[in-house]
Design a binder for this molecule. Structure first.
Ligand SMILES: *Cc1c(COP(=O)(O)O)cnc(C)c1O
Length: 424
């Protein structure tokens, strides 16, 4: 059970289970599970039911909810679609959705944190995030007291709440700059032997965790969908959906065709859209002005072997550039027809579906899966006791550019050590 190999998609070599990169080329690594048939683990809950296809030895204590898949009535009627299913990652207790951090980053963080624990890696995990990822990692790490350094742009601090007590093991660095500058500082920390990055799209635990969306949906739909809609920044979720679909083809009970990926970006901050359509990227002031800046990613894993381009090519996929106006309209239609609030990022996916339904790219009877990647925050805030994480260290990005040898960087390291040490 849970047996797997990690193979490089470029050179084909088998790698140690915790490898994030191949030493020969820059291709993604992928897991190959011994079990080829999807069997649910009835003794485990949430995400961990898919244990056989997750790269972990054990479930992580105290976290790991799964998305719920249901057949849409309201939105389906509004779009005149008959076979529309929704995968909902978020908080919606009436439907059984209990992710208290309210986004599908809750599928990535628990397996990643569990693997950190299993590897008995003494290094401190560093995560850079504009918000949803940070929240999910804070929740997962705090459940098991794993030391974690979150590097967040100042504008994202308000998104850092968790359900429950404020975690002692989590240290928050606020960067007075944008997400890109937060990533730069995190990369600099990751290069230090005391820290380790989570690897983003390169981490098989993140991808296989997100793959649960398609696994759960296929069980509900009794088939792979013909179309898969998702809002993307990096596109890691799209890669995950494609990989999970391949596994389901291998199972044999869920159809013989890969779903078409319909990936939605928020224009003009849409590098995957630009690369796919060959259009100009006008990302000058990005992520400023975005409908949801969690969808901004400067360096998506697009052209690498096993990356977004290959997933799109193999599935006959499409990328959409969605304007704020379209996203706003779609959010309204969704929330009125399905009766739950969604994150703005998810509305970008709804807008893509709206376009595809109107143009006929998705026909009335096509089996379609819409991934609502986050929602139910209003619902969660009514019911749960939310605690907001506080900023522990505030830094200005100019002091930490890679060429800088200023003492402020060593001061920062000392301060991190001091705080983590004090908290034990
Ligand atoms: C991160 C995120 C996305 C985009 O995910 P990818 O990694 O680009 O697939 C979409 N919606 C929400 C709510 C997110 O947090």
């Amino acid at each position: 059970m849970g047996e797997y190999l990690v193979r490089c998609l470029g050179c084909g070599r088998i790698h140690p289970p915790h490898a994030l990169a191949c030493e020969n080329d820059d291709s993604l690594l992928r897991t190959e599970y011994a079990s080829k048939r999807l069997a649910l683990r009835g003794d485990l809950s949430g995400l961990w039911k898919f244990y056989d296809w997750l790269p972990v030895k054990e479930p992580l204590r105290g976290s790991g909810e799964k998305p719920v898949t249901y057949k849409s009535e309201g939105l389906a009627r509004a779009l005149d679609l008959e076979e529309l299913y929704i995968s909902f990652s978020g908080y919606w207790p009436e439907r059984g959705a209990k992710m208290t951090t309210c986004s599908f980053k809750d599928l990535e963080a628990p397996p990643t944190v569990e693997r950190m624990m299993e590897a008995e890696d003494a290094r401190v995990l560093v995560v850079a995030s504009a918000g949803n990822t940070a929240r999910a990692f804070a929740q997962a790490a705090s459940a098991v007291d794993l030391p974690l350094v979150l590097v967040v742009p100042a504008s994202g601090i308000h998104r850092l709440w968790i359900d429950g007590d404020l975690p002692e093991s989590v240290l928050v660095i606020s960067v007075k700059g944008d997400y890109t500058e937060a990533i730069d500082l995190a990369s600099r920390l990751e290069a230090h032997p005391r820290f380790v990055g989570e690897g983003g799209a390169r981490n098989v635990a993140r991808r296989d965790g997100m793959g649960v969306v398609v696994l759960d949906a296929a069980l509900s739909m009794k088939s792979l969908p013909e179309h898969y809609f998702q809002a993307i920044g990096s596109g890691t979720g799209g890669i995950s959906a494609w990989e999970a679909s391949h596994r389901l083809l291998g199972d044999g009970r869920f159809g013989r065709r890969l779903p078409r990926l319909h990936l939605a970006q928020n224009s003009p901050c849409a590098p995957v859209y630009a690369a796919w359509t060959g259009s100009m990227l006008e990302a000058g002031r990005c992520p400023g002005g975005m409908y949801d800046d969690v969808l901004y990613n400067r360096k998506p894993p697009y052209a690498v072997k096993g990356g977004v381009r290959e997933a799109l090519e193999e599935t006959g996929g499409e990328v959409y550039g969605i304007t704020n106006q379209e996203a706003r309209e779609a959010q309204k239609i969704f929330e009125e027809s399905e009766d739950i609030d969604i994150l703005p990022a998810a509305a970008v996916a709804v807008a893509a579906l709206l376009r595809a339904a109107r143009s006929g790219a998705v026909a009335k009877r096509d089996l379609t899966l819409l991934n609502i990647t986050g929602g139910g925050i209003s619902r969660a805030k009514e019911e749960l006791k939310m605690n907001y994480l506080k900023c522990d260290i505030e830094v200005s990005p100019s002091a930490f550019r890679s060429e800088s040898t200023s003492t402020s960087y060593s001061d920062l390291l000392a301060e991190i050590d001091e705080i983590l040490g004090r908290r034990g």
